[in-house]
Structures are given as structure tokens and as C-alpha cells.
Ligand binder design. Structure first.
Ligand SMILES: [Zn+2]
Length: 452
């Protein structure tokens, strides 16, 4: 007798789609069976007409807990993620009080959030200008990567100069870890912002001007050279422009150990959305031209961009006020709940591409890159039974009421499409059914980096 059987569904692996059933025992995938299997189970879910994906791994989120719970907290954020088909997140070290920069803070954060978590979670460690001596102990704790800002950053965090980046990479190399970067050149962006503010140029257009593509390109190319020198694995966060993707593609071809991500907002929105609609579309790097957003898809399809992640970065509505100028408004877009439905609509419903692309860029690749191989990210025997059923015919519109975030404002409100997650399963347990939370907070477990 099985614990759970998802029957008669379109199973989507990273390279195939077929009619079948997935058997689950003790929280693990126990078999991929024919669609008409007679196996019995405690719980049987009929997946007729639906696609069954591995649970989504969103490896770039800012859940703001502990420290900034008026923006978001682990309870609301993991509910939203679960409704959106996400079964594992990797939470960023900043927008935490204090930022996650050593072992003590790691343990404190873990204790604070574990009772709230409805899905599994891992942590990015911080790499800032005062904690290079703590990098190895953070690795021992099980952080899955280290986050560094090259651009100015407006919080409790510090940016790193290239000298310290080089030192950090040499430390991370000793345990073959992963260094992730927010790539915008500090000198270009801070000079542009200071000059604009002095002149009183603080409109939406001035924000776009202050963060040009070349700032992203200069930073990415420098990281490529530093990785080439050290041999350390590097990951480029939120690529916003095809020129940047092209530089990464060339570096991959040359054997540099580099991976990269983009976000749904760079793929479906553009600078006009920001200029017309304002601060809920403010992010860094900023939204680019319509042509750029369309061309970015080529690099998702060809594998240059390994991942699509939300970079979920919520705030209170008052922090989006533009009254003190564009530079003072909070940057960041809330998207952890919307990622799968947006990508399914774009990839399968609109473009008629294979849904296998979703399994690759939103489950298998993040698992491999962030040290969860052998455990998560694929519909493979013995892996955690993290699953999500998507009804390809369900039509949706994102409204503030449909969002589970603490603060229900988001750039994605008003988006419409077809194809919606209808059942999310975490390690064999149904945690969301038809948008209704079935799981208990505290069920989520910490995922530590798999070092083997
Ligand atoms: Zn981020």
C-alpha cells in the first residue's frame, strides 16, 4: 500500500512528457507507474488533464524575516509560494536584522523561521566587507551560496570592491562553493545617482538613466574574469538584458564556471511599464526596452540563462512612495506566488513550447546549482516527493485578493493567463489544494548544501 498516488497525469520531466502515475512512500518518489496502474494508496489524486511538474525551487527570494516583518514574513511568504507551486525557496541574507553573515546569525534565523515555514527552505549566506573570515563557517552551517552586491545597496548590507571579491572567491574555491552576484558597477551607478540627485533629476526616467546596461555589463565581465582566474563557481543574479546574457553565453563556451538567472518581470514587462505605472515596477537592474525583454527569451530557451526565479522583494505600500523622488522609493517586485503561472502561460499556453523547459529552469537546474542534487528538483526514484499539478486550461487573473503576501501589492496584479497550479505536494503531503492551504506551518524543513 502506497502513501500517495498521483494517477493518470501528464508527467513532465526535464526532457520528456508522458502519461503516467507517480507513486509516493515515506515522502519520497517510490515509482513512476503506467497511467492505468492498479496500485492502491492511502491518498489517490486523479491528475487527469493536468501536467505534473517537480515542485518549483525558487532560489532567489527576500522573505525579510527576521527583522522586517512589516514587509513580509515566513508564514505569509511560504503560503504564497506554496499556492504558486513552489516547494523550496532559497532565502537571501539581506533584508534580515541582522544580515546573515555568521554562524550565530544562521542559527538564530533558522530558529525564528522554522515554525512558520510551510515549504522547505535553504539560506544564502552573506559575503560583505566585514565577514570574509566567516565564509567557511557559514559553509559548514550549510548555506547553499554566498550573495555579494557590486552595486550600491540600500539596507543593512555592504557592497564589495573587486579586491575583496577576489579574496572571497579564493576562500569559496577551497570548498567548491558558489558565489552569487548582483551585477551593476558601483562606480557608474553611484556617480550617476549622486549627480542626478544634486541636479534634482529624480524622475522615473532619471532612475533608468542612472542604471544603464553598460553598468551591468561591466560588472558581469569583471566577475567572469575573476572566476576565470580563480576557477570558482559564480552565479549572476537577475540578468536583465540580452547583451549581458550574450557575455555569459561566451564565457560558458570558454569554460568559465558560470551560471545565471533572470526573472519573469524582465521577460514580460519593460521600461514602459515602469514609466507608466511607477514604483511597483521599480527594480534593480531596471526593466529594459521592449525589444530587450523579447530577445531575453532566446537565452532562456537556449540554456544560457539556467534559471527563472522571482527575486520576490516585497515592502509596505508606503515605502513605494515617490514623493521624495524616485531614488528614495523602495525597489523590488513581489513575485514568488506568480512565477509558475506566468511562465506556464508564456511558455506553454502562448508559445506552445515544451513544458519540459519549466522543469529544467524552475526545478532541475536550481537543484543542481544550489547543492540539492539527488534530493530535489526532479521526478526521480528516491527524490523528495515535491510535486505540483498544473491545470493547463484554468484561466486566471492576478488580483490583490488572489495574493497570499502580507502586503498584497505587486506588479503582477492585472496579469491574465491560462494554466494554474491546482495542487502542491511537499514530501508526499498535500499542502495546497485548489488554492486552499492544507499543510501546517512548521512542516517546512531546512535544506543544507549537499556537499558530495
Ligand atoms: Zn534579490
Amino acid at each position: 500500500m502506497l502513501d500517495l498516488l498521483v494517477k493518470n497525469t501528464l508527467v513532465v520531466t526535464s526532457d520528456d512528457v508522458f502519461l503516467g502515475s507517480v507513486a509516493v512512500n515515506n515522502g519520497k518518489i517510490a515509482g513512476i507507474l503506467p497511467t492505468n496502474t492498479n496500485e492502491q494508496a492511502d491518498t489517490i489524486i486523479d491528475g487527469k488533464g493536468c501536467y505534473l511538474f517537480p515542485g518549483i525551487i525558487d532560489s532567489h527570494v527576500h522573505f525579510n524575516d527576521p527583522g522586517f516583518e512589516w514587509r513580509e514574513d515566513f508564514s505569509h511568504a511560504t503560503e504564497a509560494a506554496a499556492v504558486g507551486g513552489v516547494t523550496t525557496v532559497v532565502d537571501m541574507p539581506l533584508q534580515n536584522e541582522p544580515a546573515l553573515t555568521d554562524r550565530q546569525i544562521f542559527e538564530k534565523k533558522y530558529k525564528t523561521v522554522k515554525e512558520k515555514a510551510l515549504i522547505d527552505f535553504a539560506f544564502w549566506g552573506g559575503m560583505v566587507n566585514f565577514n570574509l573570515s566567516k565564509i567557511s563557517e557559514l559553509n559548514d552551517c550549510g548555506v547553499v551560496a554566498f550573495k555579494t552586491f557590486l552595486a550600491p545597496v540600500s539596507s543593512d548590507y555592504t557592497s564589495l570592491d573587486y579586491g575583496r571579491v577576489r579574496e572571497g572567491l579564493s576562500i569559496i574555491k577551497t570548498f567548491d562553493g558558489l558565489a552569487g552576484f548582483h551585477c551593476e558597477d558601483y562606480g557608474i551607478v553611484s556617480y550617476n545617482e549622486e549627480t542626478a540627485k544634486k541636479k534634482g533629476h529624480v524622475t522615473r526616467k532619471d532612475y533608468l538613466k542612472a542604471r544603464p546596461v553598460v553598468a551591468e555589463l561591466v560588472a558581469v565581465k569583471t566577475i567572469i574574469e575573476l572566476s576565470r582566474e580563480s576557477g570558482t563557481r559564480v552565479h549572476i543574479c537577475h540578468v536583465s538584458h540580452p547583451q549581458v546574457a550574450e557575455a555569459i553565453k561566451l564565457a560558458k563556451y570558454q569554460g568559465v564556471r558560470i551560471t545565471a538567472e533572470t526573472c519573469p518581470h524582465y521577460l514580460i514587462f519593460n521600461e514602459k511599464d515602469f514609466l507608466d505605472n511607477g514604483m511597483f515596477f521599480k527594480c534593480a537592474p531596471p526593466l529594459r526596452s521592449e525589444e530587450a525583454s523579447l530577445r531575453l527569451w532566446d537565452y532562456v530557451k537556449d540554456g544560457t540563462l539556467d534559471l527563472v526565479v522571482s527575486d520576490h522583494s516585497p515592502c509596505a505600500d508606503r515605502e513605494k512612495s515617490e514623493s521624495e523622488g524616485v531614488f528614495n522609493a523602495w525597489g523590488g517586485i513581489s513575485g514568488v506566488q506568480a512565477g509558475l503561472q506566468i511562465m506556464f502561460n508564456e511558455i506553454v499556453s502562448k508559445r506552445n513550447w515544451s513544458p519540459t523547459l519549466i522543469s529544467r529552469i524552475m526545478a532541475e537546474n536550481p537543484s543542481k546549482i544550489f547543492g540539492m542534487s539527488g534530493k530535489k528538483g526532479a521526478l526521480t526514484l528516491g527524490f523528495d516527493a515535491d510535486l505540483v499539478l498544473v491545470d493547463p486550461n484554468a484561466e486566471w487573473e492576478i488580483t490583490d485578493k488572489s495574493l497570499k503576501y502580507l502586503n498584497k501589492s505587486s506588479a503582477f496584479i492585472g496579469c491574465k493567463g491560462t494554466g494554474l497550479p491546482v495542487c502542491t505536494i511537499l514530501r508526499g503531503k498535500v499542502i495546497v489544494q485548489d488554492g486552499v492551504i492544507k499543510g501546517k506551518h512548521g512542516i517546512g524543513q531546512l535544506v543544507r548544501r549537499n556537499i558530495c
